[in-house]
Design a protein around this ligand. Sequence first.
Ligand SMILES: [Zn+2]
Ligand SMILES: [Zn+2]
Length: 100
Amino acid sequence: MSKITRLERMRFSILTNDLNYCYVCGSLKHSLHEIYFGKNRVNSMKWGCVVPLCLNHHTGIDGVHHNIELDTKLKQECQKKFQEVYPDIDFMSIFYKNYL
Ligand SMILES: [Zn+2]
Ligand SMILES: [Zn+2]
């Protein structure tokens, strides 16, 4: 099993304990979304910066991959949560970006 596959299977979320329902609207989840996707996708998986999303809120017209406002909102919420959950770790030293 590749390292990425293993990370994908172990995905967890610091934002919610319930990975079965969409983080935005509460309907049944379609997939898990890495909040800092692109080159930070692996970091997102490692640190639990992942949320369950329905199809609409993932890749649909209103979804994070198209809706910059929702994307930014999730990135900000997750950075705040990260700082709460890992008070000794500097978010920017891992993700090299500050969303707040
Ligand atoms: Zn949804
Ligand atoms: Zn995604």
